[in-house]
Design a protein around this ligand. Sequence first.
Ligand code: FPP
Length: 255
Amino acid sequence: MQASFPKAATDQGARHVDGSGSGSPGARHVAIIMDGNGRWAKKRLLPRIAGHRAGVEAVRRVARAARELGLECLTLYAFSSENWKRPASEVADLMGLLRHFIQADLDEFHANGVRLRVIGDYRALDPALVGMIDGAIARTAENSGPVIAIALNYGAQDEMVRAAQRLARRVADGELDPAAIDPAAIEGALDTADLPPLDLLIRTSGEQRLSNFMLWQAAYAELYFTDILWPDFDADALARALASFNRRDRRFGGL
Ligand code: FPP
């Protein structure tokens, strides 16, 4: 069974994760573009894989912090549908790290009630890795704790194309009236259908672009850019991002 969340961004008085109790509700869903592994390694005269390894350590720290701070969902951009353009050796390194991460960390996630999810076209990956991912998702599906969603072979435009194809198939099968396709129908066909609305999108390493990440979901998300390179990102950095979020005045197009 998939988890379901109230959809409207304002429909739940979630507590402020920094402990303050006033103003708009605290963040429920935070997504991170984890950028800067390569530059972190270069600064230390290390190979890029060392930066990605340190990036995995940051993933562990931040996943733990997200749970402790009471977030409902943390989505992490681990491999984009465009990352295939990198040298084959780096792609293989990233896939190896991912495999090892699932093997090494699944028990801890499960013990802490975390539900593991994946967004993106991950079924196009190596079949052994797909099996491992499906096993991890199934094992943690009934947990009641926060969701850690890993974006794998993910691109927002690709996600929207796949959503359009799903809806088109339902139209062709006579199940769906084209006139009934509204934002909720599209949202329901995205990979994030059963995740809470995105509140805060963080990008590390000083770059200020979305790089094809959660373009639909970011429509009303708050954006937060930090110069910290991903391997240096930690619980304090996450808390600072959330404190910034809590100071924002979100109007969702209203006054
Ligand atoms: C961007 O840094 C980072 C990535 C493309 C991959 C992110 C992957 C990890 C943090 C490790 C694997 C993740 C999991 C969940 C196990 P970059 O290489 O583009 O850095 P640069 O821009 O400084 O070169």
